[in-house]
Structure formats: C-alpha cells, structure tokens
Design a protein around this ligand. Structure first.
Ligand SMILES: NC(=O)N[C@@H](CC(=O)O)C(=O)O
Ligand SMILES: [Zn+2]
Ligand SMILES: [Zn+2]
Length: 344
C-alpha cells in the first residue's frame, strides 16, 4: 500500500476566488495547494475587459499570504458584445482565456452569451491570438431536463463550434457525463476537459442522503453512477486531455442552507486530498501526478512547475466551517475524516 505520494507541484485549472473579504478568506487555501490557478471571471459585475482582468489580478496578488509565489492566471467573461479587438488587449495584458457562460446557466451568468454564433468574430480573434476558450457546457432551454443539459450541449453547441473554429483551444469545463467524456476522448488535440473532485467522488444520490444536502449542489449537477464511472475512467486513462480543475466555488453557508441554495461546492481546503481519495478508489494513484501536474500546463502551452508537494496517508478532520469575510463557509465533507493529508 502506498502511504506517501510525491507529486509535481500541481495547478488548479478552474477556480472561483470571488473578491474583497471573500477573496482574502479563500485564497490562502488554494495558494497552499497549488502553484497557479485559472481564475474564473464571474464576479458581480463580471470581468469582461482586459483592464478589469488586470485590476482583479492586482487584488488577488495583494490578498496573497506573505511569501507566497502563487500565480493567478486570468480569464475574461465572454458576452454577446465582447469586441474582437479586445482580444489583442487581453493577450497583451497576459489574459490566457475567455469563459463561456451560456446566459442563465449558472452562478452569475446573467450577462452570459445568448447565442454562441453572436460571438464567432471574437472567437476567431482568440483562435488567431492563441487564447483559450473555457466552456460551461450546458444548454439553458427550460424544456431540457436539468440532467440532460450537458449532453444536449455537446450536440447543439460543441459540435458546430468545433467545426467553425477548428484550431481554437477549447476546455470543456467540469464535465459530468459519459457523453462529454466520450466527446473529449474522441476529439482532436485542440479539445480538453477539466474534472472536479466532487464529480469523481459522488453520484446524484449524494444530494439526497438522509435529506437534502445543499453543500453537494453544484452545476452541472451530480449525475448517475454510470457517468461518475465514465469520468473516473477518463481521469485515470492517462490521456493528456483530462486534467485537474476543482471548480471550488465558495458560497456563504447561509446562502447554501437557504430556501434557494446557490450552486457551488467549496473544496479548496482539501482539493488534492479529495482527488487522491478518488484515484485511490479505483486503484489509480499512479495516474494522479500527470492529471494534477502535467496535462494542464501541457494543454495551455505553459511550463510544468518545478518543485513537488507531498501527500501522506494520515487521517485528519476537515473543519466543518471556516471564515468567509463576515460570514461562514462550509467545505464539502466538512467535519469528516479524510485519509490523505497534504503535508508539504
Ligand atoms: N459550479 C458551480 O456550481 N458554481 C460556480 C459557477 C460555475 O462554475 O458554473 C460558481 O461561481 O458558484
Ligand atoms: Zn461552470
Ligand atoms: Zn466554475
């Protein structure tokens, strides 16, 4: 039995850091676990310009614990009206990607895209400049069942998008279904996907175990067991198309434990530990290193990190709540014992 895992220092390729006091509360957890993170732009108001992305990066750097060398990788929120010439400014400002939120699909997506064809001139500019396109892959039509929204997105949006923009690098974010895993597996080298710890560890039963469990609610929502199995298979396949993206998405506890519960699981405190548990569950701990530390930078065209982190088999109890500005934040699995622990 392996008791120590030495990993290439990993990155989080999908992360929500929020802003102001909330940012200051959650950033240290990620900076302790990861060297870099792709920072999502769904603030209120969203980060839609290069200048806003630069200002947000400054706020993140200012909130870092002293001595941290964590590097935020910035993204912009694509709207129907993002002008193609903003892409050059984004590139010059060091922005690495734009994010597609179909309007109404998830948290803070009201300003999102209403019809992807409206953005094709801007996507062409991204393809030219080498910026990546990160996709929340769900259709939003009220007549499509919530559990089918990702699979329908593959047919209605992904397939035509890939045909129209073949050399745009696309990351299908937080995939949750066998259809998405299959689509990415079958695609060419311009398409990849992130997978969250919760979608590797849980199926939709977790939402209803002994009562309604708001802290397990995120979007895309947890799916059936056959989908979880397909995601585990993809993550542990060794394919460089699949990499770590936690989608850690903090919401104050009083907004999760509410008549309308915000979508998002907070996993930043124990992200690597949760992934280790998932990989160990299918006897694939030897595949964790490349998933967490190699495939992401390789797809983004960035260097892999120097240095390592160490996970040890050592039971510890995850705090049931941590401060979140003036409020409280409840980590997924808070109060429970985890078997892996990040020690350095
Ligand atoms: N994943 C979530 O359930 N929520 C994210 C938004 C997102 O990534 O869709 C959030 O910002 O809270
Ligand atoms: Zn999303
Ligand atoms: Zn997200």
């Amino acid at each position: 039995m392996t008791d120590t895992l030495l990993l290439t220092r990993p990155d989080d390729w999908h992360l929500h850091l929020r802003d102001e006091a909330a940012l200051a509360s959650v950033l240290p957890y990620t900076a302790r676990q990861f060297a870099r993170a792709i920072v999502m732009p769904n603030l209120r108001p969203p980060v839609t310009t290069a200048a806003q992305a630069v200002a947000y990066r400054e706020r993140i750097l200012a909130a870092l614990p002293e001595g941290s060398d964590f590097q935020p990788l910035m993204t912009m929120y694509l709207t129907d009206n993002t002008p193609p010439d903003e892409i050059k400014r984004a590139k010059d400002a060091g922005v690495v990607a734009l994010k597609l939120y179909p309007a109404g699909a998830t948290t803070n997506s009201d300003a999102g895209v209403t019809d992807i064809r409206k953005t094709y001139a801007t996507l062409e500019a991204m393809q030219r400049e080498g910026l990546l396109f990160l996709v929340h892959g769900e259709v939003t039509d009220a007549d499509i069942d919530v559990f089918d929204r990702e699979a329908v997105f593959v047919d209605r949006v992904m397939t035509p998008l890939r045909a129209a923009m073949p050399e745009l690098k696309v990351v299908f974010e937080h995939i949750t279904t066998k259809e998405a895993a299959q689509y990415v597996t079958d695609s060419d080298r311009f398409t990849a996907a992130t997978i969250t710890p919760q979608h590797l560890l849980y199926n939709r039963n977790a939402l209803f175990t002994g009562g309604l469990r708001p802290h397990y609610y995120c979007l895309p929502v947890l799916k059936r067991e056959e989908h979880r199995q397909a995601l585990l298979k993809a993550a542990a396949s060794g394919s460089s198309k699949f990499f770590l993206g936690t989608d850690s998405a903090p919401h104050a506890a009083q907004l999760k434990e509410n008549s309308v519960c915000g979508a998002g699981c907070f996993t930043a405190v124990s992200a690597l530990e949760l992934y280790a548990e998932a990989f160990e569950g299918i006897d694939a701990l030897d595949k964790l290193n490349a998933f967490a530390g190699h495939h992401g930078p390789d797809f983004y065209g960035l260097p892999r990190n120097a240095g390592t982190v160490t996970l040890k088999r050592e039971p510890w109890t995850l705090p049931s709540a941590v401060p979140f500005g003036e409020a409280q934040l409840k980590p997924l699995r808070g109060g429970e014992t985890l078997n892996w622990k990040l020690i350095s």
